[in-house]
Design a binder for this molecule. Structure first.
Ligand code: UT7
Length: 318
């Protein structure tokens, strides 16, 4: 019997404090008009001082566990996709495990830039398909406000904080149909946070060549979307939903155009959440499941692109 990875619960968490474009106008040489026209972003959520990644992950996870109606002790695999863990080590996944009171399961972080959640789902899917594990908690959680240079208008307007989580379980019905994970390390310097462990002289803030990245993103995402459909012998018209990484409304629109998918079939949260990196897809997915748009049995394509560079997709039946 084939085993599939099925999403049985979703959850999300956004910090209470909202930072609007108008507030950024006061802090930086920017305008609400520029930000909305170039990115589609209106506002973002920002954590209070002292917050940490695993706490955001915990709230999103508890909501996903409650939605799945399962005991946390039955989870046998935890993966947290993040670029902003609580500490260098232990992993945010181990801190999350501690917070949830789960003993003795596999727990680790994945660093794949904004593609982290796709990588995490792809990895978990392999363990579930082979029957090695039964239930996993897959989380994307980020506090990007800690690694943004708030003097730099090129990046400060783009990012936000938040967390999203799914509980997945092995089952005979589809399920994740396929995952496609890619990286090209020749582009490590196009989007990066330098400094840190090996180099204490450089500031540990996001550096990005936005315009170049924009072009690479549209090309690689269009390619991976086609690769995914081909691998499943599917036509664009068979897709019910696109849940893309929320970096820029114009990138989402370009991929939707390539798929000939009407925009009302694309889940868009970038206007309210901005770019929350690894958290953006599970956040958007949770929003669209809870507001009743994405329903059981529908086909969902998730895709992302991020620092590394990394890119990838997951096609699933919800
Ligand atoms: O999560 C995955 C990784 N991230 C991405 O995928 C982001 C990809 N890139 C983008 O989304 C876009 O490239 C940006 C939104 C970052 C920038 O949009 P753009 O249309 O590519 O603008 P640009 O970089 O070509 O800059 C246009 C102008 C420049 O001024 P000049 O040189 O034309 O005079 C910038 O200095 O806009 C200026 N600019 C700003 N103006 C007001 C850059 N940032 C701002 C700002 N407010 N915040």
């Amino acid at each position: 019997m084939s085993l599939y990875t099925r999403i049985i619960g979703t959850g999300a968490f956004l910090p209470e404090q909202v930072l609007t474009n108008q507030e950024l106008e006061v802090m930086l040489d920017t305008s609400d008009e520029w930000i909305r026209e170039r990115t589609g972003i209106r506002e973002r959520h920002i954590v209070a001082e002292g917050e940490c990644c695993s706490r955001l992950a915990e709230v999103a996870s508890r909501r996903a566990l409650a939605d799945a109606d399962i005991d946390p002790a039955t989870i046998d695999f935890i993966v947290v996709a993040t670029t902003t863990p609580d500490q260098v080590f232990p992993s945010a996944a181990c801190f999350l495990q501690q917070r949830l009171g789960i003993r003795d399961c596999c727990a680790f972080d994945i660093v794949a830039g904004c593609t982290g959640f796709i990588y995490a789902l792809g990895v978990v899917d392999q363990f579930i398909r082979t029957g090695s594990i039964r239930r996993a908690l897959v989380v994307g959680a980020e506090i990007l406000s800690y690694i943004v240079d708030w003097q730099d208008r090129d990046t400060a307007v783009l990012f936000g904080d938040g967390a999203g989580a799914v509980v997945v379980e092995a089952g005979p019905e589809p399920g994740i149909l396929s995952s496609h994970l890619h990286a090209d390390g020749t582009y490590t310097d196009i989007l990066q946070v330098p400094g840190g462990v090996g180099d204490r002289k450089r500031d540990p803030y996001i550096e990005m060549r936005g315009n170049e990245l924009f072009k690479v993103a549209v090309t690689t995402l269009s390619d991976v979307v086609e690769e995914t459909l081909r691998a499943n012998d599917m036509q664009n018209s068979e897709l019910d939903w696109l849940v893309p990484h929320q970096a820029n409304l114009r990138i989402l629109q370009a991929v939707a155009r390539r798929l000939k998918l009407p925009l009302d079939r694309v889940v868009v949260t970038v206007d309210e959440h901005a770019n929350t990196s690894s958290a953006s897809i599970p956040l958007a997915f949770d929003v669209a499941v809870r507001d009743g748009r994405i329903r059981r049995g529908e086909t969902v394509l998730m895709e992302a692109f991020g620092g590394g560079i990394t890119w990838g997709s997951v096609l699933l039946v919800y």
